[in-house]
Design a protein around this ligand. Sequence first.
Ligand code: DPP
Ligand code: ZN
Length: 851
Amino acid sequence: PTAIHLADYRPPNYLIDEVHLSFRLDPGATRVISRIRFRANPEGLDDGNLILDGEKLRLVEARIDGSPLTALDYLLTDTHLTVPAARLPGDSFVWEAEVEIAPRDNTALEGLYMSNGMYCTQSEAEGFRKITFYPDRPDVMAPFTVRIESELPVLLSNGNQTSQGPGFAEWHDPWPKPAYLFALVAGDLRPVSDRFTTMDGKEVALNIWVRPGDEDRCGYAMDALKRSMTWEENVYRRAYDLDIFNIVAVDDFNMGAMENKGLNIFNSKYVLASPETATDRDFDFIERIIAHEYFHNWTGNRITCRDWFQLCLKEGLTVFRDQQFTEDMRSAPVKRIEDVLQLRTRQFREDAGPLAHNVRPDSYIEINNFYTATVYEKGAELIRMLRLLVGVEAYDQALQLYFDRHDGQACTIEDWLAVFEDVTARDLSQFKRWYTQAGTPHVTVREHFEDGTYRLTLRQTVPPTPDQPLKEPAVIPVAFGLLSPAGIETHPTRIIELVDPETTIVIDGLAERPVPSLLRGFSAPVILDHAPSFEDRALLLAHDTDPFNRWEAGRSLARETLLAMLADGTAPAPAFLDGLARLAADETLDADFRALALALPSEDDIAQGAVDAGLVPDPTAIHATRKTLKETIGRHLKPTLDALYEAMDPGPVYSPDAGQSGKRALRNAALGLTAHLDAGERALAHYEAADNMTDQLAGFGCLLDIGDPDIATRFHDQWRDDRLVMDKWFLLQIAHAAPEKAVALAETLTGHPLFDWKNPNRFRSLVSGLTVGNPAGFHDPSGAGYAFLADWLIRLDRLNPQTAARMSTAFETWKRYDADRQALIAAELTRIAGTDGLSPDLSEMIARIRA
Ligand code: DPP
Ligand code: ZN
């Protein structure tokens, strides 16, 4: 497989006026009959050839304008069917083809496949070419008419239903769309239905389709959908545009969910929830992903991407919009902290390693490998910065201009930036570097105070990344304020725009040396190289008006404490522990904020912190040190934590809302920090009294940590028939295992009758239980964890390359570690790379990781 480059983009030779598809469903031999009206594109190449993508299709027959084609009329390869211009009747013609496919044998879960007896599709990014011959590229948009023939009771596709009878249904989607938004579902499904009236007075039927028995777990998703629709109308003034909006829950799904026009398909874990089976975090994800896919209707579907290099155009913007939605639905500061935690954990990690790439990549081999934290999460940060730089009003105007100007088009990042330039008359060419340069910028801080004058010097650098040794300065908005040494804010938030490599701000007339609060709200996705004194950070932790920076100050104290413990066993400073105790008990703060402040950095964060401090991280020592600090905090804060445990009881009627889930989070944090002090007595009582999964899992985790011999079996016996809960059972046991036992446990569990490794959720639960959940176990000095992962990647790759490739990112940090571990990982990477018949997906990932 060869790389595809953005610079090589050419418009398609032919555009499409309309598409008719007819499916005769059969597990082993589905017939797909297509009828496509093509029209020459004036901007196409001179050669005029008709190039159709097609993979794993058996061509039964093809016609152009009714005349059957013979094998002499076209060129057929494993990936394309080309009809030379000479064989085409002119500038416009009708292509018809009948192909046969076998959804039953489709284990890659791209194209048309089967899951528990139902048919479903995944077309993004390039799955449609496994359904029929088609110009499978997002800049070819067309209205679709679809007929489905099957004895199954529910037959769904995009758009509005136009007719239905025994054994068939017909659908028409009037909105031109690229093939990646095509969807089809057929199965024995039950609807949970509701209605929504749009701001234009349009009545929309809402349905969530699930397997029989799951109907009572759709309420929250439906509620989240209606709130998303209302919110988008209020905030972006955009309404839904079809008579019907369908969501289907599928058990076997590679991603979280998919925004197919009018027919969203969801991984069932992001739809189905009841208090007994889903945690607060699950409810939060459902709300967020329902909103995300719904918001794609405008940012993605009505306005789509010209090519896959522009993926961030729809994903970054849609993630930003779903973040805004959650900020409005829940606590905005808490949401911001959670998003930044994710960004640092996943995106900074990616940006610092061999897989670093631009938010808009320049090239790829397999586009599925670029659905990354960089495209999504960093992509969203760029929109957030843009909004901060131009202001809320200009942002709103630019968005309206974007919707009006580009509705129905396939666009680029240039189009996106142009609406901002047109609205604000501001030149964004320097800002654009955020899209074209990989790597996380560092901002180094120098302070100087003399004679009442404070000088703050900020210097930006971007480290080299693969293929990009030199970087230009970007535009970095730094939100900052000043506090007096007494903790009073003397200078409220203002934004400094860094455009040069170095910028100095001078503030006169100060009575005392100020304490700066920098990068408030995490105003740019950068690493701040700044080492304020312990006292300054303690002051910010106690007094900053910016909640993000209050949390950040505490976080950096925790990180420093851990690094000092690791380096030479320095005990945690009493002032740090006291500060934490005061914060935990501070009733002026929200419970969920306090829960976040009590959470220690993850082992992976500490490892990255060690690297940033010039050390080689030792995962075993990090695990032990973090455990020690946790126990120290538990002992030191015991009276406070005990009081919180009693006070934070959210009451008898469960609700997943922010208020209650915050209380549960703080209460469970208190439990987690103290569980070892009474040999698990309270954790067991908590587990047994739990009437919801959040509390039950909190108790379960503590009991696993303590090594309760029966708890895994008890949990299993209670939940063995619930697939989503059993995913948690696999994951948590491995994540909470003692590091030296984690790989053996993971291996044992692969032999469990419920370990269906072909189901992506189950596979991910077990394998990432080790690679993400138990870093010290994964990095066991024996190398057993690496061998385990490599074995399973090789095995899964034959069936499901996309998920195998995704899971290989567990190796992306390998250069952080000592020579022995590096050698062990290198050997596994070599073994994978040398496997016969490796997919392009996994081989691209392994090649990039090794490079
Ligand atoms: N389904 C994925 C998402 O919504 C890809 N579009 O982000
Ligand atoms: Zn998306």
